[in-house]
Design a protein around this ligand. Sequence first.
Ligand SMILES: NC(=O)c1ccc[n+]([C@@H]2O[C@H](COP(=O)([O-])OP(=O)(O)OC[C@H]3O[C@@H](n4cnc5c(N)ncnc54)[C@H](OP(=O)(O)O)[C@@H]3O)[C@@H](O)[C@H]2O)c1
Length: 319
Amino acid sequence: MVAASFWTLFRQFFPPASKWSFADMPDLTGKVAIVTGGNVGIGKETCKQLLIKGCTVWLAARSQSKAEKAIAELKEETGKEALFLELDLSDLKAVKESAEKFKSLSPTLHMLICNAGVMAPPIEQLTAQGHDLTFGVNVLGHFLFIQKLLPLLKTTSNSLTDTRIVWVASSGQYYFHNLPINYDNLKDTPSRTKLGVQDLYTQSKFITVMLGIYMGKILAEDQDSNVICIHLDPGNIKSDLYRRLPSLLVTIMEWLVLKPTAMGAITQLFAATAPEASQYNGKYLRPWARLGEPHPLTKDETEQKKMWDYCIAVVKGYE
Ligand SMILES: NC(=O)c1ccc[n+]([C@@H]2O[C@H](COP(=O)([O-])OP(=O)(O)OC[C@H]3O[C@@H](n4cnc5c(N)ncnc54)[C@H](OP(=O)(O)O)[C@@H]3O)[C@@H](O)[C@H]2O)c1
């Protein structure tokens, strides 16, 4: 059962042309951004456009060699050099160390773009702390990274200029149906194995939306700082994300619905940089750079708080 109308899904697969383009991005000289998973795909394109606009870009990746290759290619394309930040989202200890290293190197942070993600890794793969890998990378690792960097985002903001957390979800959240969330499925249990890798992906994106909405509420209540959080679906985009799907299916998808990689950066760059996006704290954006409506059950406040408290408890000790 899909929790979205035919029209919502049709618009997701065939969105109208974007009214916003990279050319609309403001000058970002003096601004600092982190892009997780910046070495490839949508993240790399996001780094490229930020560099073109003069932003200081920290390309966060788990592999130094892949990051260095991407940084060299981006320099070739833009003339600007991104900085490498080592970040393995599948290990909370490594996430803590990465955030602390960043804070020791940069006194400001204007944009935290939580873009990295995995889809359908082998079911036996878990995080260093024993969580489902997809939940661990897409949700928990980013959750801790955000918590660790929030104080810096707060001090960088002021009453005139907000700082932003952009958390990349997916239209996959519409397809998650195993509700209410069974917390056993976040750990290595038989019920998680039964759920299967595709549902574990849609579950992780459903949770991202829940937490994105909840975080927006918490941030809105904080009168002393000006940080906003936007979550979004980047669109159906050609990338390595689909590498574990059957190649014939990927070929058909590329032919029917997948758009060029660069288009995947539109919605997240709009969220991170457009002055008009400052009104979208706690909101879900759909492609391309438009306000969207997430799965209705992501809005359940009791479930949001339960998940928030669960994540806070899990990352305790790494803060
Ligand atoms: N492509 C689409 O159609 C689509 C649709 C909806 C949502 N999304 C979302 O968009 C985001 C970007 O995806 P993409 O399409 O650009 O996919 P991609 O090309 O596969 O890129 C994923 C990025 O995440 C990184 N990553 C994976 N595991 C990590 C870990 N443990 N620690 C740190 N980084 C890790 C990857 O690093 P490695 O290179 O080292 O693996 C890579 O840089 C993801 O959150 C994805 O779920 C994509």
